[in-house]
Design a binder for this molecule. Structure first.
Ligand SMILES: *Cc1c(COP(=O)(O)O)cnc(C)c1O
Length: 366
């Protein structure tokens, strides 16, 4: 039997290096509560991601939930978002007692269709939560124009877009805030982790309170916060991984180009378009299986599985169609999102993926 091949494999620093890096913790016993390593990683990531301000968090989901919370939107207000994403995006909106209003996406790159946003705006609309899905950059200018015109906030889910730059700026510097995920399955990880990026310093203070129970001093609690701070062990993992992230991105790039070379032009297989003004972080390799391919997406998914290749249907079903929402947010207008979600398959891609395993994947598809 051939070894199991998954879509991703966590990037890890050399073992000895990590062990050496965590040794000081056994002297100080200071293993959490916004310590030395938390502060250091926060600053290093701020520079790496080329953003004005950054708040380090326990994971990507809480980053989004708390980023939305800092705007104090009224209960029941509407947020325009995409259903073609990980369930976290939608949950973060609903858990803030807001109503997701799903907008269709573009066939070309899977991001929210900016030309369909305005028709969804009502007097209850307060924000737009778009997703740079697979690291594909949304139409930032048009979204900004709409937001400005209708006085809406824009909070980007940039969980897939670590390291992506657009027009020479960090992707996290656009909109009112953006969130990143440093989960083990992402391009860059802190085991579990995340961050919110923004430019308004008031957001930093609010997030600081939200992620640490609103505690301001030994005897002073100023806000009804929760607990969403990153611990020192994770911060050290992040510092170690950050040293190697550029190398890891280079390795991903080679593999991405190899897939692209072999799959481009194959009848019935389509790749998403990429914005030429945005850099690529090679986070995922999604392919779209059209009717002219000799198998359906699901048949190809099963065929790969028989050979221990676990390609994933990211993202299927649409979040709007999930069981837990009991059809409350169903929207018939999601034609292209439904179409893509029925055709998409994400192939294994990570920095240490072996050439023979890439050949294994390609053999089953081409
Ligand atoms: C991974 C992910 C999240 C959540 O991040 P976690 O760190 O796993 O909490 C949110 N949105 C998208 C699009 C994601 O892929």
């Amino acid at each position: 039997m051939q070894e199991n091949l998954f879509v991703t494999k966590a990037t890890m620093p050399p073992y000895e290096e990590f062990i050496e890096a965590i040794k000081p913790l056994w002297n100080t016993h200071l293993i959490t509560n916004m310590g030395k390593y938390h502060q250091e990683l926060e600053e290093r990531l701020r520079q790496y991601l080329k953003v004005p301000k950054l708040s380090l968090m326990v994971n990507g989901h809480m980053s989004l939930e708390m980023a939305i919370q800092t705007f104090h939107f009224p209960e029941g207000a509407e947020v325009i978002t995409t259903p073609f994403t990980f369930i976290s995006t939608t949950h973060a909106i609903i858990r803030n007692h807001l109503k997701p209003v799903f907008c269709d996406v573009k066939l070309s790159d899977g991001t929210i269709d900016e030309s369909k946003i305005e028709e969804l705006i009502t007097e209850k609309t307060v924000a737009i939560v778009p997703v740079h899905v697979y690291g594909n950059v949304c139409n930032i200018e048009e979204i900004q124009r709409i937001a400005h015109c209708y006085h809406l906030k824009v909070i980007y889910d940039a969980a897939h877009a670590f390291g992506v730059e657009y027009k020479g700026k960090g992707i996290g510097s656009y909109g009112d805030a953006s969130i990143f995920s440093f989960h083990a399955t992402k391009v860059y990880n802190t085991i579990e982790g995340g961050a919110v990026t923004f430019s308004d310093h008031k957001i930093y203070e609010q997030l600081y309170n939200l992620k640490n129970f609103g505690i301001q001093g030994e005897e002073m609690v100023v806000d009804i916060g929760a607990n969403a701070k990153m611990n020192e062990m994770s911060a050290i993992m992040g510092l170690c991984n950050l040293k190697y992230v550029d190398e890891a991105l280079e390795e991903r790039k080679k593999r991405y180009e190899f897939y692209k070379k072999n799959l481009e032009g194959i009848k019935g297989i389509r790749l998403f378009d990429r914005n030429q003004e945005a850099s690529n972080n090679y986070a995922y390799f999604p392919i779209l299986i059209d009717d002219s391919y000799d198998k359906s997406r699901d048949e190809l998914h099963s065929a790969l599985r028989e050979h221990n290749i676990y390609a994933r249907k990211y993202f299927y079903p649409l979040t709007s169609d999930q069981e837990c929402f009991k059809n409350e947010y169903r929207n018939a207008q999601l034609e292209y999102a439904r179409c893509i979600s029925k055709k998409v398959l994400v192939l294994p891609l990570y920095d240490t993926l072996e050439m023979e395993n890439m050949e294994r994947v390609l053999d089953k598809i081409v």
